[in-house]
Ligand binder design. Sequence first.
Ligand code: GLN
Length: 497
Amino acid sequence: MSDAAARSATAIAADVQAGRVSAREITEKALARVAAVEPRVGAYLTVLDAAARAAADRVDACIRAGERLPLAGVPLAIKDNMALAGSRTTAASKILADWVAPYTATAVARLLAAGAIPIGKANLDEFAMGSSCENSALGTTRNPYDLERVPGGSSGGSAAAVAAGEATIALGSDTGGSIREPAAFCNVVGFKPTYGRVSRYGLIAFASSLDQIGPLAHTVADAALVYDAIAGGDPMDATSLDRPVEPASARLRDDLRGCKIGIVRQFDTQTLGDDVDAVYRRAYRDLEALGAELVEVTLPTADYGLATYYLIAPAECSSNLARFDGVRYGLRVDADDVREMYARTRAAGFGPEVKRRILIGTYALSSGYYDAYYVRAQKARTLIARDFERAFQSCDLIAAPAASCPAFRFNAKSDPYSMYLMDYYTIPMSLAGLPALSVPCGWVTPDGSTRPMPLGLQLCGPLFSEPLLLGAAHAYESATGHARAHRPALDEAVDHV
Ligand code: GLN
């Protein structure tokens, strides 16, 4: 991996702050790395060369003027469902392929104000619907650890950019697992804060009651740094929470003494195959070795998570995506009357998975079916949240797999249902609004391959437990160091930059 990428955000910011290196130099290195590896990885839909250089020069001027910037000069990848004023913001959809955002998302603005450098807009599954990035209508992203495999999704471009050294930190969004699963697949840390902790202003809505922005990074400490910069209420997002944010960076710890960690009875890893099972069993033992007390907890309704999510998320998406009508912005396919124009625009603009969800969601919300599907799903959601509340009476955190398998090959999950199953371990936490993260926890070599691929351990805590959660993940990460065991396959084929 390139020198620039191997360094942490913390170290880069400290160097830039102290004047040992300029933000502009860091930015040039990052852009050179992007130029060298993008043809293989395809993490970005847009590379922001000019904006990155301008931002770097601004940061350098601020530093010279004596300002303190916690992310000074840190290269940032932004998932392309977040608005950045003046840049193309596509949600990886043909319907927004040429849309230039007139404003900047709050989370992005906060990172830029903290000194981060926007390197590019990262690929995703169209409108964040998917688990592999294969639903992107605008590009293919490859897993830097095996270019024949997917990076995960929907924040696959964000995860791949960090893993490939094309950014030091990234923003992703997580509705049902879209930060945690690609983080696991690409050997990086991915963190979804409590619902409402981070403003969604400027995030193109998929399922508004679930969508949450969060960081991807090489280390838990870097993820905490990003979280500290983006968390907190925002008058532009009525669902953001205006309660004080306790900085997570200050709570990173080295052991888990006094911490009770719940292992979910329903999430038995034995069915996942011997090698995957062994990695998770080992991870649980490592938590114990760090001083945690492991307790069994039960989430009796967790198995309903998938069915619940795949009603609520499409229902909300069918309503949110109604705005793409060819009238105000985005693609328009003209016709003689307005109804035909809507139909042609939406037929041409949306990909198959997005259409499937709009259809399912519209059906679930239609009169006569609303009570049977949507209302029941909302009730199931409440039961799932209550299961977690009960579980957290006997533990501080919950440990689980982030995904049931390592990154798979392209086209391996061609039917929608097998793709939906990828979210089995991440969706229950999303439905309950809980903070959860994935941290690298070991490697397996998939059948028919010679390359080890990473797995992620998911840790989840009660609402607003971010400092505890990141603190515990940091202890696990420092004691095990799994992320460093292998390097991206990419580096075998590309000259170091
Ligand atoms: N894979 C899930 C879906 O397709 C989750 C996506 C997400 O979290 N944005 O809906």
